[in-house]
Design a protein around this ligand. Structure first.
Ligand SMILES: [Zn+2]
Length: 538
């Protein structure tokens, strides 16, 4: 089927961002660009869509997202984002249990609290949670996703008491008498997390994936690099539901699956599937194995080389040393899997890059493109290792917005080489954007605004936070389009509006190139088109 799109302000986001007025597509692919008159003459008698002079960009790529978790949190978890004190958290949870009529004995989960928003930055403890219910085991996860608080009923089920030691790479925070206070950091979270039943019902999984797809297209996201396998009890079931949706034409977005593991032996589960990185199954593409390198900056658990500036007794968590991770990298690559990692601190990033360098020849021979998710605290040595590997940083622009109030305190002088995306660009280091939804919002316009202003969305600080690291607008847009396409070796398939590529694009409410930088966040995605079909209209 041939289709003509005329009278638009189509930004190709090719090398020089050539602008076109019109484009033609056939069977989901762009076959021509030009003026409306030219294309109307060339392709008479075909379905014509008048874009009404509006601004068009290529469909967005989100290079790191927890697409299924987002749906689980929205549909089956209490939202704690708006709570302003532990008492309010208690009230919200009480109401949630009542409204949902959750039977006694059933697990209750919540997500999104942040002690930084509470008076005196007070952490909620099991004493608060026990006021909610002693009949429901409860796990409430902090907004970073790497810390939780549990009630006494949950700790009882998990067998956590005074005598439980801190696991490697984690901590049970304790009251003065040594008994755990319910707060669990990093790997300690799994003591509780392993007891919470994971989603297993095929219908529920399907419901969540459909919800997640809708959320994507609303945000103009046409490709999502999502990490879902750890959210379900059975990986096979999830895999079957993906394939079933794709086969039924119910998977509008392209998915790239990031395969997260916590322990080396968990890689075998993915080897057993018989697939390998960059293999395609219709709209679904197998991505890299994802290691877990460290925690978060907010919780002083990102793995640093030197102690935290505002907590000199710790360097954070580091899940693996170079030797362990190199062994993992070798096995993964030999089995045909590319590599990525969650790494925020310089020690975690460097450990990963060193591991990749230990199998560099193999990585090059297979045409792999290793990447680092987050990659926030950096140093000159790391830049060189990035260059040597041609590794890609999968960055969350919204972390600039969220972290600017803590990052200077946490790492002091190291800020000179951290969150320094313009510097990295100048060094030729490849970067692409991922939202990390549900940790941050998936709104691409907000991400672009933050990258070009280096300000909190509220406008703070005046002039920007390390403003020399602001990106120019075209570069910021490329993070969400063509650079994102590169991550999964799809730069010839989508990411810009060029002949031969998938007709994936968004129609915006305003010309982004003619909008004051601080108003970009107000631009709405009015329509999303994938393979030449409209999948969303506001
Ligand atoms: Zn993530």
């Amino acid at each position: 089927m041939r289709k003509l799109f005329i009278n638009g302000m189509i930004n190709s986001i090719d090398e020089n961002n050539t602008r076109h007025e019109a484009m033609a597509c056939e069977d989901g692919k762009i076959i021509a660009v030009g003026t409306s008159e030219e294309l109307k003459a060339k392709y008479p008698d075909c379905e014509t869509v008048d874009l009404g002079g509006r601004c068009v960009l290529p469909g967005f790529v989100d290079a790191h997202i927890h697409f299924l978790d987002h749906a689980i949190y929205e549909l089956f978890t209490a939202s704690l984002y708006d709570t302003k004190s532990p008492d309010e958290l208690v009230e919200v949870m009480k109401k949630y249990i009542e409204e949902k009529q959750i039977p006694d004995g059933e697990w209750v989960t919540g997500f999104g609290w942040d002690q930084e928003l509470y008076p005196d930055s007070a952490w909620p403890t099991c004493r608060d949670l026990d006021k909610i219910s002693d009949r429901h085991p409860m796990m409430l996860t902090r907004r970073c996703g790497t810390i939780c608080v549990a009630n006494s009923a949950a700790m009882k089920i998990a067998g956590i008491d005074k005598n439980t030691p801190d696991p490697q790479g984690g901590e049970l925070v304790r009251f003065e008498d040594g008994s755990p206070n319910g707060v669990m950091l990093e790997s300690a979270m799994s003591l509780i997390g392993n007891c919470v039943p994971k989603m297993s019902d095929r219908k529920q999984i399907r419901q969540c994936l459909e919800f997640a797809c809708e959320e994507m297209v609303k945000n103009g996201i046409t490709v999502a690099h999502t990490e879902d396998f750890t959210s379900v009890s059975d990986k096979r079931t999830l895999w079957e539901v993906y394939l079933e949706m794709a086969a039924q034409g119910k998977m509008p977005v392209n998915l790239v699956l990031q395969l997260r593991i916590h322990k080396p032996e968990q890689m075998d589960e993915f080897f057993d599937f018989g697939f390998h990185s960059w293999e395609e199954f219709g709209k679904i593409k197998i991505g890299p194995i994802k290691f877990l390198g460290d925690g978060s900056l907010g919780a002083w658990s990102a793995g640093l080389n030197e102690p935290y500036s505002d907590k000199p007794d710790t360097t954070g968590c580091l899940y693996f040393d170079v030797e362990e991770m190199s062994a993992m990298a070798k096995r993964a690559v030999e089995h045909g899997f590319d590599l990525t990692i969650h790494a925020i601190g310089d020690a975690a990033v460097e450990t990963f890059l060193d591991s990749c360098l230990s199998v560099k020849d193999e990585i090059k021979a297979r045409g792999f493109r290793p990447s680092v998710i987050h990659s926030q605290i950096m140093n000159e040595r790391i830049f060189e290792k990035y260059q040597e590997l041609d590794a890609i940083g999968l960055i969350q622009p919204m972390y600039i917005h969220s972290d600017m109030c803590i990052a200077d305190d946490r790492v002091g002088d190291r800020m000179k080489t951290s969150y320094c995306y313009n510097t990295m660009r100048k060094k030729g280091i490849r970067l692409a954007a991922g939202s990390d939804l549900p940790i941050e919002s998936a709104n691409v316009m907000e991400g672009i605004q933050v990258n070009v202003t280096r300000q909190h969305l509220s406008g703070y600080p005046e002039g920007g936070w390390y403003p020399e690291e602001a990106l120019d607008l075209l570069e910021a847009i490329k993070w969400h389009t063509i650079y994102g396409a590169y991550v999964s070796k799809d730069e010839d398939k989508y990411g810009s509006i060029e002949v031969g590529k998938q007709a994936n694009f968004v129609v915006l409410s305003r010309d982004i190139f003619d909008t004051p930088k601080t108003e970009i966040k107000n631009i709405a995605v009015e329509e999303t088109w994938i393979d030449g079909e409209q999948v969303y209209k506001a």
